[in-house]
Design a protein around this ligand. Structure first.
Ligand SMILES: [Zn+2]
Length: 94
């Protein structure tokens, strides 16, 4: 996530685009801790994972869409080639 939109609210918006939001990591000022905004999201692993999401960072007045790349943690055998869980790049048939 980029500077300026690393807060709890943006994390929730982003998480809702990829699944069911369980938790957004933030400090008591509702800002992200560290370089990345970490969001715990429940996702359907049978579907390919999204590489990122497009967020409106214009603040409502003007539309300003920003591409936010996603990095996934704690994935079992995730294939970055076809974006499916269950095997790794080396054993990918794609
Ligand atoms: Zn694969």
């Amino acid at each position: 996530m980029l500077l300026g939109l690393m807060n709890k609210h943006e994390g929730e918006l982003m998480g809702e685009m990829i699944g069911e939001v369980l938790e957004v990591e933030a400090n008591d000022k509702e800002n992200a801790i560290g370089e990345f905004l970490r969001v715990k999201v429940k996702i359907d692993i049978r579907k390919p994972l999204m590489r990122g999401v497009t967020l409106d960072v214009g603040g409502g007045e003007q539309e300003k869409m920003k591409w936010c790349p996603l990095v996934y943690e704690y994935l079992p055998d995730f294939c970055y080639t076809c974006r499916l869980i269950g095997h790794t790049d080396r054993s990918c048939e794609v």
